[in-house]
Design a binder for this molecule. Structure first.
Ligand SMILES: [Zn+2]
Length: 235
């Protein structure tokens, strides 16, 4: 959609509340938005595509009531992502990010998501080469490069995924590229230098005594690299 042309992506910080207190998710979301988050990254796990289970559309629906104006990026770590498009749209999801590995028909799924008025994100696991996602990049709003194996919080950031981000950024200066997994103050520069502009941060933000300061720093570093990479592109 917005993937070609000039270097036009902007920095967005989206905390993942996966490591927060799930029994008070509504408060947790509010705490993150008050700390300066741009959007919320909601990790949906089905116990099948990934070993863990988190929550489904009912939870999203209630969160939506508490946070009417916030952009919800639904990270669907589920098998048969086709099954939940309608429910998540009805629940108030803004973006439906599915895993390429989970579907046989990415093109039909992309259409199905658009027909329900949501933005489309497509994610790949660490073992999936970036080449596999390239045929779909111009049809989606965002590409998610997993920087850990999906399914658990608190894992170590995989810097060896950065060539995927660089490859996408080189060819799609305006594309929203999201990184997810192990992103915090010690790893953000690596991700931002490679070209990521949508930053999912879990433990580093949620478990910090001062989430506002962490989000501010993540933003400053990401914006610095967006500027720098854009300059390099025009040179
Ligand atoms: Zn996620």
């Amino acid at each position: 959609m917005s993937s070609s042309g000039v270097y036009s992506c902007s920095c967005k910080i989206g905390p993942s509340i996966l490591n927060g207190d799930l029994s008070c998710l509504g408060d947790e979301c509010k705490r993150m938005m008050d700390a300066g988050a741009d959007y919320l990254h909601l990790d949906v796990m089905d116990g099948h595509f990934v070993p863990n289970i988190t929550f489904g559309a009912t939870m999203v629906k209630w969160l939506r009531k508490k946070q009417p104006g916030v952009f919800f990026d639904l990270h669907m770590m589920v098998s048969e992502p086709e099954k939940w498009v309608d429910e998540m749209a009805d629940a108030g999801a803004n973006q439906y990010t599915f895993h390429l590995e989970a579907t046989e028909n990415p093109r039909d799924l992309i259409k199905q998501i658009r027909n329900r008025g949501m933005k489309v994100g497509i994610g790949i696991k660490p073992g999936t080469p970036v080449e596999k996602v390239l045929p779909y990049v111009s049809d989606v709003d965002m590409v998610l490069i997993m920087t850990v194996e999906p399914g658990f919080g608190g894992q170590k950031f995989m810097a060896d995924m950065m060539p995927k981000v660089k490859h996408l950024r080189r060819n799609h200066p305006g594309l929203d590229i999201e990184v997810d997994g192990g992103v915090g103050l010690s790893t953000i520069a690596t991700a931002a230098e490679a070209g990521a502009n949508m930053i999912v941060s879990g433990s580093a933000v949620v478990k910090s005594p001062d989430p506002k300061s962490v989000i501010t720093q993540l933003r400053e570093i990401t914006e610095k690299w967006i500027k720098q990479n854009a300059q390099q592109q025009t040179q």
